[in-house]
Design a protein around this ligand. Structure first.
Ligand code: NAP
Length: 284
């Protein structure tokens, strides 16, 4: 039976460390600030934005919230980004994705000052991840790495399989595993015989968005299994991409959903905001 990797606990510990550091900064009158921009009324996005605001308050950051109507134009949004780029109190800028139809996600991401791009989605930051010269690591993959480390597993030399190749999870995930000398395979919707590729993994990271698609027969006994998925099962209950109940009998360690990767993403966002603060005005 697998050990449960408690993302909630690891996240709380990291946020506690950040809170202590921010308390010290506050004594010198310095407070890191995160601007969060939400366009439109998507209920899931509203929940994410609220959670980010709460996390900011908890660690002692200032948060600046911009709730814009779905009718916002590209020009209006880009102009807000320009203002935030110039604002000395704003260390990090996060635009909640997806944006409503008609808005140009690429243009918005590329307008954010890379030094304030705490999601690490700007091409400048993506490129830096490729070459190892990064300022920030993308929040979800960075959170996954923390969870893998938490298990005491050495990535070096291990067979690592990442299922999913999105720009925000799968691709950067593969780069981070490679940076730690894992032997990395990236799978996607055209992968042939996914089950046997997964079954070769010592470390299996799944980020697809299909409820319980990874079953016990696809998992090597003793593997570390990280489930990034946030899906709904047949009863509408939150679940992951991994069939937790069967896979936990085979894996050596596994993340639950909820309570695994999700809380880590927010902790890493807080960490990136603190890093952004230090890079821009830590010594001023
Ligand atoms: P995405 O952009 O939709 O990408 C999904 C990936 O899965 C694609 O690369 C796709 O392949 C691949 N895929 C689809 N069907 C497949 C199949 N049958 N076999 C193998 N691969 C398949 O999704 P995402 O943004 O990366 O998110 C993935 C999941 O993680 C979602 O459930 C999302 O909600 C969750 N998520 C969670 C967090 C968190 O903080 N916990 C953060 C981000 C995302 P193609 O490229 O070939 O289409």
């Amino acid at each position: 039976m697998a050990t449960l990797i408690d993302g909630k606990a690891v996240s709380a510990r990291i946020r506690g460390e950040i809170r202590d550091e921010v308390a010290e900064l506050a004594k010198a009158g310095k407070v890191p600030g995160l601007a969060v921009v939400l366009v439109g009324e998507d209920p899931a996005s509203k929940v994410y934005v609220n959670n980010k605001k709460k996390a900011c308050a908890e660690v002692g950051f200032r948060s600046f919230e911009y709730l814009l109507p779905a009718t916002t134009t590209n020009e209006e949004l880009l102009s807000l980004i320009d203002t935030l780029n110039e604002d000395p109190e704003v260390d990090g800028i996060l635009v909640q994705l997806p944006l409503p139809k008609g808005l140009d996600e690429r243009a918005v991401i590329e307008r954010i000052n890379p030094a304030k791009d705490v999601d690490a989605f700007h091409p400048d930051n993506v490129g830096r991840i490729m070459t190892g010269q990064y300022r920030f690591l993308p929040c979800t993959p960075a959170g996954v790495m923390e969870l893998i480390h938490e298990t005491g597993t050495e990535v070096c030399g291990k067979n690592c399989v990442v299922v999913g190749r999105s720009n925000i999870v799968g691709k950067p995930m593969a780069m981070l595993l490679l940076a730690e000398n894992g032997t990395v395979t990236v799978c996607h919707s055209r992968t042939r015989d996914l089950a046997s590729v997964c079954a070769g993994a010592d470390i299996l990271v799944v980020a697809v968005g299909r409820a319980k698609m990874v079953t016990a027969d696809m998992v090597k006994p003793g593997a570390v299994v990280i489930d990034v998925g946030m899906d709904r099962d047949e009863n509408g209950k939150l679940c992951g991409d991994v069939d937790f109940d069967s896979v936990k009998e085979v894996a050596s360690a596994i993340t639950p959903v909820p309570g695994g990767v999700g809380p880590m993403t927010i902790a890493m966002l807080m960490k990136n905001t603190l890093t952004a603060f230090k890079l821009r005005r830590g010594n001023k």
